[in-house]
Each structure stands twice: as structure tokens, then as C-alpha cells.
Write a protein that binds this ligand. Structure first.
Ligand SMILES: [Zn+2]
Length: 361
């Protein structure tokens, strides 16, 4: 999630919490539906307040996952709120089956606790007759009861074994007690995708949100499975095994026209740029095209090249480098050895290497 499309809410426990801009569409949608139903201003405000409270529960759910991951030695970068729910970006995740089980369970457990507290408040303290509650419109009286029901719904929905939903993760962690993580993820992915297709079909008839969640599960399951497969194949290699050292080199004072002329004769994804013979940065293909558009072919490389691309170490495990590059805006990065430039590595060549290794295995 790019942060420029999100509103930052704060950074508790070092985890950046933000709301994605599409969340405003959800609020707009609620307002429109409420107006269509002929509801008054107070009622609309209560509806909005309810949704905000419900999403606060979703944030707490994501903190359940995140804090458990931190406790078990993982790393959590951010929590983003989308109209379909929250996403905790756990960048380093404990892979032991037991740890993964605990991290996946911690989220839904938070909503169980919230529902329990709301039940204590409404049923025991306030003495509300829960069976006689009206669900048609939200009022000050039934607000906490409906919130309790909604939290129980979050628990039930998340426990559906549709990987990568929480239930699917729990399922994978149990499977991986008996088989390899790759195989377990493969089975969890297949079942997750079956559920996803069911969600999409059900969404056509009931609730359009199910369609979005269906696609989210469908693509999420595939992406996570691919990641595990990459890890399985790349785990035995290091950056040094595929670093490119014979890349085309240009000087920062060379013209863009010169670079454009050269790039038509090479398969390289970009050029290594030197200044006085020393490594200075990289001119990516998109730098070149942007530069040609704004400065023309007489423009200089030094005005458009990328100087601040963070490099990877030549000794870095190849999978870590892959993840690292994947998270960045660049698909080509310099490789260094003790601060010394040694060559470049790009996503495309990691992908090719992966395909070749897979074909040979
Ligand atoms: Zn969850």
C-alpha cells in the first residue's frame, strides 16, 4: 500500500497505522444508502459512527496478529485499513507451524474478547433482552448489541479456511505439521481459491463486498503460494550466484541520446552510471524515457539517473534480495561488497533464474 494514498493515524508499537483513501468510498456508500432509505441526519451519523467503531475493532484485530508476531520475533511494518477490512503488513514472519498458528489465531481472539465485553455490558450490566433486539436501524440502545454481533461475524468469517484469511492460515499451519510448508501452502491455496470462487458467485446475488473479498482471496492465495515456492527454490543461493558484472557502463556526463542508441542493442534493464570512473548510480529504462520526454536527446544522464537506489549485499541470500527488491520502486539495484560496487541484480533475472531452477528440479 503506497502511503501517499493513505491517511496516517499514528505509529503505536512502531507500527504505522493508516486508512486507505478508498475507505471514504465506504462512508459515502453508507450515506447514500441511508439517504435512499429516507433516514434523518441523526440516524446517518449513528450509522457512520457504527462503521467507524466497527473498523476500530478491525484495527484491534490486526494489532492482535501484529503484537503476537512481534512477540514471536517477527517484524511488522504497517496496518492499513481498507473498506473490506484491515491488512497487517508482517514483513518477517515466524515460520514455525506453532508460531504461525498463534499469530493467525490472535486476531480473531481479539474480537472474541470484544464481543464478550459487550455481552457483559449489555446482557449483565444493562440487562437488555438480547433475543428481543431489533436489527433494522441502529439506535443508542441496540448499538452495543449490534456491535457485538458484528464482532462475532468477523470471528466466524475470518475462521473460514479460505487461505489467506486467518482460518486458511490456521489450516496451513496444521497441515505443515505433517508435510513441507510448500506442499501445505499448495493445498491451502487450492481450497482458498475454491472458497474465493464461491464468494464471488454468492456476491453476485447477495453482497457486492463478497465479490471484492473473493478476488482478494483468489489473488492473495496465488501470490503467497508463489512466494513460498520462490523461497523453496531460491533458499540455496546467494546474490553472488547471479550478480551481473558485465552490464553496460556509461558516464554521468553522457547524453541521453547516446544511452537511447545503446539500449536498443542490449538486453540490459538499465545502465550502470559512473562519475570519474566510480559507481554513481543507475539509469533505469523508465529514467531514460522520462528524461528523453523532458530534456530531449541532448539532455544529460546525470540530470535524470537514480542515485539513491539502496543496494543489496553480495552475500545476501537470494530470496531475501528478491523480497527486498520486490518491496521497492526499482526493479534493478546495485550489488555491493563492503561498500564496494560489484555489479547489479534485477527482478527479471531473478525470475528467469527461478524458472530455470524450477525446470531443472
Ligand atoms: Zn485476521
Amino acid at each position: 500500500m503506497k502511503s501517499r494514498y493513505s491517511l496516517n493515524l499514528g505509529k503505536p508499537f512502531g507500527i504505522k497505522v493508516s486508512v486507505h483513501w478508498t475507505f471514504s468510498l465506504l462512508i459515502a456508500w453508507i450515506v447514500i444508502i441511508s439517504i435512499n432509505q429516507g433516514l434523518g441526519l441523526t440516524q446517518i451519523l449513528i450509522h457512520i459512527l457504527f462503521v467507524l467503531t466497527l473498523f476500530a475493532c478491525v484495527v484491534l484485530h490486526e494489532f492482535g496478529h501484529s503484537l503476537m508476531a512481534l512477540k514471536l520475533g517477527g517484524k511488522v511494518q504497517s496496518i492499513t485499513l481498507l473498506p473490506i477490512g484491515g491488512i497487517a503488513n508482517i514483513t518477517e514472519m515466524p515460520e514455525k507451524a506453532k508460531d504461525e498458528f498463534l499469530v493467525s489465531l490472535a486476531g480473531p481472539m481479539v474480537n472474541v474478547v470484544i464481543a464478550l465485553l459487550l455481552w457483559l455490558y449489555t446482557d449483565i450490566i444493562q440487562g437488555i433482552d438480547l433475543a428481543g433486539i431489533e436489527y433494522d436501524t441502529i439506535t443508542a440502545v441496540n448499538f452495543p448489541v449490534i456491535l457485538m454481533t458484528a464482532n462475532l461475524f468477523i470471528v466466524a468469517f475470518n475462521l473460514i479456511p479460505a487461505f489467506p484469511l486467518d482460518g486458511g492460515r490456521l489450516f496451513r499451519s496444521l497441515l505443515s505439521l505433517r508435510m513441507s510448508r510448500l506442499k501445505a501452502t499448495g493445498i491451502a491455496k487450492d481450497i482458498g481459491q475454491l472458497f474465493a470462487i464461491f464468494f464471488i458467485f454468492a456476491g453476485l446475488f447477495f453482497n457486492p463486498f463478497l465479490i471484492i473479498i473473493g478476488f482478494f482471496v483468489l489473488l492473495g492465495a496465488k501470490a503467497e503460494y508463489e512466494m513460498v515456492k520462490y523461497k523453496d527454490i531460491l533458499k540455496d543461493y546467494k546474490v553472488e550466484d547471479i550478480v551481473k558484472t558485465d552490464n553496460e557502463v556509461l558516464d554521468e556526463n553522457d547524453s541521453l541520446g547516446n544511452a537511447a542508441e545503446k539500449i536498443t542493442h542490449t538486453y540490459d534493464r538499465g545502465f550502470v552510471i559512473t562519475s570519474g570512473g566510480e559507481y554513481a548510480g543507475i539509469l533505469t529504462k523508465s529514467d531514460l524515457i522520462k528524461g528523453l520526454n523532458t530534456h530531449g536527446k541532448d539532455g544529460l544522464i546525470k540530470d535524470v539517473m537514480s542515485r539513491d537506489i539502496e543496494g543489496v549485499s553480495i552475500k545476501m541470500p537470494l530470496f531475501d534480495a528478491y523480497k527486498n527488491i520486490h518491496q521497492k520502486r526499482y526493479d534493478i539495484v546495485p550489488v555491493e561488497d563492503d561498500g564496494e560496487f560489484r555489479g547489479i541484480i534485477d527482478l527479471e533475472s531473478i525470475n528467469e533464474f527461478f524458472i530455470i531452477q524450477k525446470a531443472m528440479s
